[in-house]
Design a protein around this ligand. Structure first.
Ligand code: SF4
Length: 311
């Protein structure tokens, strides 16, 4: 993460309101290499937890950011799997000493079978893990996991975590057309989720540009049908508008900071920052001319990414 920071945003999030993101792993370090990943292909696939960065440095940046802004959540997320950060428990405790703002964790849930990791997450207020299937072959097809990971262990880990953990669990279910949107997939998945007992089930799909072309989104109508099949705890989070608050300060750096994390459209940026789309277009034009960003098309929308070597 040379030359960049650990903290990004706050950005409006569909699931967390106004969220200050904390990137705990180097780009792109993950236990999975999901075909729908919007961050791009995994370059370091691992299940080994490491102290990638000193917690004190991350904490300093959080303190500085909190002196200027007041997010709804401080969210461990970013360009990979945050539970790979070995100091996640210690960092959580340090943050709790400086603020009452709630802490959330976006995780793929793949390491929750490990007791030491479940313990490190116990003080986090809201955990948002992902589960897409109850079938090992489909799991491998969608997530291309580290070879030592097994779906049965991961599901057991989620069940155990629910029993031990006192905070809220919002389980994301990511649906892909032609892969896990049929009843042979959805019936066993619903059974397993009943055992996990999350507080909410949040239905998502590949509305943003995915890593691979065969990660195709289901439409809103189908996603709503699937949500009602999962019962009253389920809601659709894809296609949902984000809340926005006006961003003050250096807008160009803020836009580069957003584009750095994942491909975004001009409307995403305008929504995220609460500024007019015309202003976004004019800043984007400047960044394109300077060769800092480039564009591509996905589902009839133009997305912007940081050029190679600018990360
Ligand atoms: S979607 Fe999440 S879990 Fe999957 S590869 Fe991307 S960062 Fe990792």
């Amino acid at each position: 993460m040379a030359g960049t920071s650990y903290v990004f945003g706050p950005v409006p999030s569909r699931r967390l309101g106004y969220s200050l993101g904390i990137d705990l792993v180097p780009f792109k370090t993950c236990t999975y290499d999901c075909i729908y990943c919007q961050v791009g292909r995994t370059t370091k696939k691992t299940i080994k937890c490491e102290e990638f960065f000193p917690p004190e440095q991350i904490l300093e940046e959080i303190k500085e950011k909190l002196s200027k802004t007041s997010p709804d959540f401080i969210t461990f997320s970013g360009s990979g799997e945050p539970t790979l950060y070995s100091k996640i428990g210690e960092l959580t405790e340090k943050i709790k000493k400086i603020t009452d703002i709630k802490i959330a964790l976006l995780t793929n849930g793949s390491l929750l079978w490990r007791k030491d990791i479940r313990e490190k997450l116990s003080k986090i207020d809201l955990i948002l893990p992902t589960l897409t299937t109850a079938n090992e072959d489909t799991f491998r097809r969608i997530h291309r996991p580290h070879p030592e990971l097994r779906l049965n262990n991961i599901i057991d880990g989620l069940i155990k975590f629910r029993k031990e953990y006192n905070g809220k669990i919002f389980l994301e279910v990511f649906i892909l057309k032609g892969i896990n949107d049929n009843k042979e997939e959805l019936i066993p998945l619903r059974d397993v989720i009943e055992e996990i007992e999350p507080d909410k089930i949040q239905m998502n799909t590949a509305v943003r540009p995915p890593s691979e072309k065969d990660a195709v989104a289901v439409d809103m109508k189908r996603l709503e049908e699937i949500a009602s099949f999962f019962g009253e705890k389920a809601e659709v989070i894809a296609y949902r508008q984000r809340v926005s608050k006006g961003v003050k300060g250096d807008k160009i750096s803020h836009i580069v900071g957003i584009i750095k994390r994942r491909p975004v459209s001009a409307k995403d940026i305008s929504d995220a920052m609460g500024i007019e789309i015309e202003e976004v277009h004019s800043i984007i034009k400047g960044l394109m001319i300077k060769g800092i960003i480039s564009s591509f098309n996905h589902l009839n929308e133009t997305y912007y990414i940081l050029k190679e070597g600018k990360r």
